[in-house]
Design a protein around this ligand. Sequence first.
Ligand code: ARG
Ligand code: ZN
Length: 859
Amino acid sequence: KVIKLSEYKKPDYLVETIDLVLHLDNTKTLVQSTMKIKRNTDEVTPLILNGEELVLKSIKLNNETYTDYVHSTENHSLTLNKVPAEFTLMIENEINPEANKTLDGLYKSGTIFCTQNEPEGFRRITFYVDRPDNMAKFTTKIVADKKLYPILLSNGNPIARGDLEGGKHFVTWEDPFKKPAYLYALVAGDLGVIKDTFKTKSGRNVALEIYCDKGNENKCHHAMESLKKSMKWDEDRFGLEYDLDIYMIVAVDAFNMGAMENKGLNIFNSAYVLADQKSATDTNFYGIESVIGHEYFHNWTGNRITCRDWFQLTLKEGLTVFRDQEFSADMNSRSVERIQSVMGLRAAQFAEDAGPTSHPIKPATYMEINNFYTATIYEKGAEVIRMIQTLLGVDGFRKGMDKYFELFDGQAVRTEDFIHAMSVANNNFDFTQFKNWYGQNGTPLLKATSKYDEAAKRFTLTLTQTLPANAPKDAKAYHMPVRVGLIDSTGKDIASKVLELKETTQDFVFENITSKPIASVNREFSAPVKLTTDLTFDEQLFLMAHDSDSFNRFEAAQVVSTKLILDLIEDAKAKRTFELNSKYVEAFGKILADNTIDEAFKALSMSIPGEGVLHQEQAEIAYPETEAVRTFVKKTLATAHQDTLVKLYKSIEQKEYKLDPKSMGQRDLKNKCLDLLSYVEGGKYNSLAFDHFKAATNMTDEIGALTTIVHANSVHKDEALKAFYDKWKHETLVMQKWLTVQASASDESTYDAILKLEKDAVYDRTIPNLVRALLGQFVATNKVQFNHPSGRGYKLIADRLLELDKLNPQVASRLASGFKDFKRTPKVLQDLMRPELERIIKTDGLSKNVYEIVSKILG
Ligand code: ARG
Ligand code: ZN
């Protein structure tokens, strides 16, 4: 049941070419596959093909009917007992796309036929050697009703098309590049499209096409602009040019993840394609640019060079996330991008890495690979790549990338191969110790202390790394780049460099330092660690005001507020009265009033550490107290600075709607002011929020105001929710926001609201976006209501998870990870949670997706 990296064996047989014919039908799609297969070992072994939920019709080997096989529906395999060393295999099978609610393999999203084959979906289309180190050339002939499905798409280039009898037609596609089956795609539908072209650096014209439901064409322009920017950026930064004559993107509503990099035919969750001023927020626009970039960048890091096996997932995902982060940084604001990425890393990955499903970026075992599309593989994986760039420098990293393509283009490789390329391109840089980042789980702790010797003018910084409690027993010290700056009393940098920490404890000496400096450590978050320092509260406030590194300026505020909040939580638990440190209140006010700080950065600086981040610091999580203290802090800050906040709010005038980083920062700041003001006693600013809501000309303002109104339980709550619903009920992406706002409201009524919302016409549990918007949000962000003392939150989610597991195990398993704080939940709540977890795990026919997660949580 458990798959191990140590048991990797190359495939016994390889498929050289596969020619597919698919006769599309809602419930009975006929798949005809013709494969040229070659033995890949010296031994004569049976040929074992993967296959799931397939109805086998016929098998022919070298044109002769073949009968010496075993089809095990239970083991998802088709075994051909005796086959020659080289042969042609023809298999016919049938599938039922309409009944396929797993959204894996070929399925229907509304009226559109589409596919998702990563990691192991192709085996739900036809029998195959479904693993990434089996790379074949694909052709596909799609046959379908011409009226219902005028558009027929697959990978590569169209090479033939024509009409057939019975109102049908066909298109044949040929992909000239060998690829693993997980990159195979097919789409059929009556789709709208926008078209453009891109001229590559070598002068080739590439046709760009974005497909969507008819009527949504006007919402595809931002995606198209983002695609062209991505193509240009990859040429400029990495010298990488697109390699086919056509690049297509299709937006569908029913999709398990964000998007998929199928060769030449990306399939996207519509949430990452469709946007316009009225219906999409700035966050949506930003996310679209980033995901369009991500999938495009996969064409080289993922498709041209792919993974040998799924343990190598971070080879393509960590690297591609790093590339999309760099792209976003270049297109927008580098410092805002960095701060947001680190906030995301902390909220999701640090929590994961400290909990029951903690795993290294390169896991050694898995039960269900779909459970490993995680923040660790993706986001921590990207941090590891970023450290490599920090160690080698941007130019050295680029040389390593060039070498990677020179050595491995067209192959399925391992993370070691990537490191090898980086090393040989950089004078054999020694990555021996650095590789520990790949195999060890847990977030390392880093401590920085300092000594200043005035007489010797010497500053010594001592860095000490500690491995976290859940790291492997034999875990070794990391090789980490720690970017450090020394700041003098005027705020000027007097030293700045990257230190390479390799030992458990190391002293770094700075000579000729004429006055006692303050050390700014781990600038730009150069190593993904939890840092503690010996800086005093006043020194932190100094960094908050003066650090030339914007990340650490932001970080100082987070360090200060986290410490204060955690202390207050202790007060709250002991039922002591509490009070917010006045120096902090004052420093917060200084940031608000400082008009040399740009809006985006100011808005970020106003963030109060999230509940999830605060929970990570608690051995036993105090849910209500954490929430109450956060509310208290916001209320105190808002009350103290209400005049400044109102002034700031009013000072930002946007005459016309623009989508540049400056305007986005302004809207963010305005909405942050509004939200903070809603904490002032007595609903004093209720009407300000309601006016903002009514006057909104874009979704950022409209949903920002609605969130404030609902979360503050304002008198305008019902009216605003209804107005929003009436206006937007026909747009599922907007209704997802409407559900999210309500599911994340922390008051008692939310539970009943969820039960009611599930029955609303806009809700559909077979669409993952809607489940995530309602139940996923409730679990992930509504900590107080999910952990309600009655246990009703646990029961609700367990019920829904079991219902969903029968339809879509991937969605069910993501909900299951919402129970991951089990062991750190107070005993009384554990006693309510445990029976639910046990009920789940004892359920007959439970998916291995959910089983793997819940068994780890129960420990
Ligand atoms: N490779 C895709 C991406 O990173 C993710 C696909 C994952 N899909 C899944 N069902 N696990 O964009
Ligand atoms: Zn990816």
